[in-house]
Write a protein that binds this ligand. Structure first.
Ligand code: PPS
Length: 292
């Protein structure tokens, strides 16, 4: 292990928050047994994870009618690598749902061998970066940097949790033909949430009535989630998140990067990202007005 800073440490080629995870636990994940019925939600941080966690949770629990009304997201779709509530993942009944920010090369080998289903959500990396910048104030495990330029430099160097954005997205998109994987874009969810909920239901083989789908869409809206304590992470341990500094559900929009990045910063970002991004099999939406 190469110590990197007070906040992150390096494990193999990746960065993780100090005190939330150990190298030994990361080592153990390779052999974590995967079931065919497992569902993994995989994202680069700040790409719409808790939004999709909530959608999955609502679909799985059919609109909270399953005696789970008071169970929050951390328990419904827990993090594989951050076992915050010390749950017994091995004996958890099927179907197990997990969230993860892990790069492809670090996931359990059963997943690489095609067991389970994967939903990968990607978001415009400039919005990811700006969301990350604001989140660093709320998260007690991320360095709170006042100067956006410093976060930009770390992001471009891949020295953030999730590593280099392009490596993460390329690593997973390279698996699209041989794993059971559904790719979604945050921007697509913003523009057509109902369509995305139906896509997820079809992918999971879940049949919901029209009313149940409407209910999922309603409860997954930004405004409803902001007020829903089971879904807005305000029940997360206070040594992880400090909500006096901001909110997890901050703006939830497309193109907010324009309010933070200067033209020069945006051009520097493009010079590092553009060429490789054009080769990705996704269409990126840079502004709320852009077509997908
Ligand atoms: S984390 O820390 O990696 O789990 O963060 P993550 O959940 O991936 O990303 C947080 C951003 O997702 C936005 N979000 C939403 N947007 C639209 N609609 C809904 N319902 C929703 N829920 C979460 C959240 O606001 C963060 O984005 P920003 O741009 O910071 O607002």
């Amino acid at each position: 292990m190469e110590p990197s800073s007070k906040f992150i440490f390096k494990y193999k080629q990746s960065y993780f928050p100090q005190n939330l995870i150990t190298p030994e636990y990361l080592d153990s994940l390779e052999d974590f047994e995967i079931r065919d019925s497992d569902v993994f939600l995989i994202t680069f941080p700040k790409s719409g994870t808790i939004w999709t966690q909530n959608i999955l949770s609502l679909i799985l629990h059919e609109g909270h009618r399953n005696g789970t009304e008071h169970v929050d997201l951390l328990d419904r779709v827990p993090w594989l690598e951050y076992n915050i509530r010390k749950m017994d993942y091995v004996n958890r009944p099927s179907p197990r749902y997990f969230s993860s920010h892990l790069p492809y090369y670090l996931v359990p080998k059963g997943l690489k061998n095609g067991k389970g289903k994967i939903i990968y959500v990607a978001r415009n990396p400039k919005d990811v970066l700006v969301s990350y910048f604001h989140f660093s104030k709320v998260s007690l495990h991320t360095e709170d940097v006042e100067d956006f330029e410093i976060i930009l430099n770390n992001f471009l160097a891949g020295k953030v949790v999730g590593d280099f954005w392009l490596d993460h997205v390329e690593g997973w998109s390279a698996q699209r033909d041989h794993l059971n994987i559904l790719f979604l874009m945050y921007e697509e969810m913003k523009k057509d949430l109902r369509g995305c909920v139906i896509k997820i239901c079809n992918f999971l083989g879940k049949r919901l009535t029209e009313e149940e789908i409407d209910d999922v869409v309603d409860k997954a809206s930004f405004s409803k989630m902001s007020e829903d304590r089971r879904a807005n992470y305000t029940t997360a341990p206070s040594d992880i998140l400090d909500f006096s500094k901001g909110r997890f559900l901050r703006k939830g929009t497309i193109g907010d990067w324009k309010n933070t990045m200067t033209v020069a910063q945006s051009e520097r970002f493009d010079s590092v990202f553009k060429e490789r991004m054009e080769k990705l099999p996704f269409k990126f939406c840079w502004d709320i007005k852009d077509e997908l």
